[in-house]
Write a protein that binds this ligand. Structure first.
Ligand code: SF4
Length: 281
């Protein structure tokens, strides 16, 4: 059996940066509690590693009981501007990915009265980018455009990790329903590169395993656009054990932008070991 890991798998620059800032904060504040406002990135393996080190993952409502000067980390997905104001009494380490932040600034500074944001409604990046701005209509799918039309000027932004195919489909529909809206593509460069790579890759392997969290939009986008005949989505080694690996002659693995390389290697080794075991029987 051939088994390999696809190029571009694993942490993107934004995730590396967020983890670097968190590691540095932990190293510089020995003995102090570090509060993480939501998961640092959408990956349970990564977050578990930090909670084991004593980092406390908190929700927005928990900020009320923190003391002035406590150390609070903002995750790579960012936070709404109104919350940023409330956090001035803490020592804040902001790990918001620069692509996400750039997007938030563009939206905030936009002069249009009508704004559409194409993104997953419950994703933390969407909430961070849209919560404070009542000009914004969030569109997650074509269904959300039912009954919508406008002859006014407006502008369209999107979540940095949205599925490119779905994004273009929604953008085309908006252009028909609101011809004066300006469409600005705010996908992050890394995601454009990875999704185009996966779409165009020659699916010479029988099976693709996408490794990521269900909460991770970039992982779900990879799963949705996969050109492979058979694609499985897994979050950990336990999930891999449910795949009948001997149904395939070859398997390729791809990790999302928030999946640690160690997990990909662990999964590759597990498949290798089990394929050999079966061949020996
Ligand atoms: S996928 Fe893009 S937007 Fe998301 S953290 Fe990575 S670089 Fe930033």
């Amino acid at each position: 059996m051939r088994i390999d890991i696809l190029d571009y798998s694993g942490f993107c620059g934004g995730v590396y940066r967020a983890l670097y800032l968190l590691d540095k904060t932990i190293a510089q504040n020995s003995g102090k509690t570090i509060y993480l406002l939501g998961p640092i990135v959408h990956n349970k393996v990564v977050n578990d590693r930090y909670t084991k080190m004593g980092v406390e993952i908190i929700k927005t409502k928990d900020l009320d009981w923190l003391k002035d000067g406590d150390i609070v980390i903002i995750s790579a997905h960012g936070i709404p501007n109104s919350l940023r104001e409330k956090m001035k009494r803490f020592k804040v380490i902001d790990t918001t990915c620069p692509f996400v932040l750039k997007n938030q600034i563009k939206i905030k500074e936009s002069l249009y009265d009508e704004i559409i944001f194409i993104g997953k409604k419950r994703h933390s990046e969407t909430i961070a980018s849209c919560l404070d701005d009542n000009r914004i209509k969030i569109i997650e799918s074509l269904d959300d455009l039912k009954g919508f039309s406008s002859s006014n000027d407006g502008i369209v932004f999107n979540q940095t990790t949205f599925n490119i195919e779905k994004l273009e489909e929604i953008q085309r529909e908006i252009k028909k329903l609101a011809p004066n809206y300006k469409i600005v593509n705010t996908m992050c460069e890394t995601q454009i590169k990875i999704q185009n790579f996966l779409k165009e890759v020659n699916p010479k392997y029988n099976c693709l395993i996408i490794v990521g969290d269900k909460d991770s939009n970039n992982a779900m986008s990879l799963y949705e656009i996969s050109p492979y005949r058979k694609t499985h989505f897994v979050s950990n080694l336990e999930d891999v054990k449910n795949i009948k690996i001997m149904d395939y002659d070859d398997i390729i693995i791809m990790g999302s932008a928030s999946t640690p390389k160690e997990l990909l290697k662990e999964i590759r080794q597990y498949i290798k070991n089990n394929a050999v075991k079966h061949q020996k029987v």
